[in-house]
Design a protein around this ligand. Sequence first.
Ligand code: SF4
Length: 386
Amino acid sequence: MAKHALLSASGAHRWLECTPSALLELQFPQSTSEYAEEGTAAHELCELTARYFLGEVSEMDFENRRDELAKGHYYNAEMQECANDYARFVTEKTKAAQESCEDAFTELEVRVDFSKYVKDGFGTGDCIIVADKVLEIVDFKYGKGVRVEATGNPQMRLYALGALLKYNTLFDIDSVRMTIFQPRLSGVQSSDEITVKELLEWAEKYVKPRAKLAYKGEGEFAPSEEVCKFCRAKAQCKARADKNLKLFDEAPDAMLLTPEEAGAILEKAADIQAWLTDLEGLVSSTLLSGQPVTGWKMVEGRSNRKFADELKVVEAMKSAGYDESLLYERKLITLTQMEKDFGKKAVAETLGELIVKPQGKPTLAPAKDKRPEFKPEEQLLAEFDK
Ligand code: SF4
């Protein structure tokens, strides 16, 4: 079983902000999800493909091992395409580094140790390109639900720190570039660069003291939508509950809320909806395990009728005189399924302009959201110009 660090790089955005969270989380089991398993499968394929592109494994070895991975539940053409894109990206970066520094080299799946600043802190970097001047870290993300930004990302910075500590005696490194490669989000790459001086200062002045608190479970709880999202204690955490319950202590004095006041409430209450869902999960799982929760019970949910046996249904309808052709409909598979089966690029090349993206419905988002603002007046002008 993989060993997990108490203060891991992947959880750094949480324990750096909310230092008591790391110890509190130990009371709850690590769980996995389909997305996490899919991500692990994609990472294995990426590593293998990148090793092949870099000339570290022979074609025969690559094909044999890829065929093994292809037997897995999550493997598909889209995943291979993403692995190829990643491998190409890493190879190009390696070549570029070797052009300016002939000793430059690339390491994949590298264990990096940042325990000098974070007790027992280590992690695994997907790809590190070691060269004079700029050390480069590339992190592959297979998810497409949330765009991950490299700028100010503490996970990337801790990898950068570990990589710097590992290689700075061999190379003359001035700065570290950190890139997130997220191919399923239209090939999004997000990069950030930090000088060695800034990185070491961040590690010494910010990370080190907070890691000390986190290791002992001390410091202030810091509940917020982003910080609590993946915390294993999120349903039972009292600090989060207290914060959400206190939000409405001060009622606005006017009889009617203004849109400004409604906006301010929504902003303050960003975590409420997720928190209530987490509470529902906690109460449901308690009841399902046989323990009572006052005021609540489980009931049977809605269900739709369905055929018990499709072959027997067809036979029965045919025997009753219905034409078999009337019993089936021909339906095109979805674009997402097509891309999984045949690869995103192959589908885009074949279909070209037959793939369209209708404009999304205007959706409310906080002002800090990265998407451009929807302007109704521009929309009207565009309609007018048609
Ligand atoms: S739920 Fe939020 S506030 Fe509570 S420990 Fe986890 S991160 Fe901290």
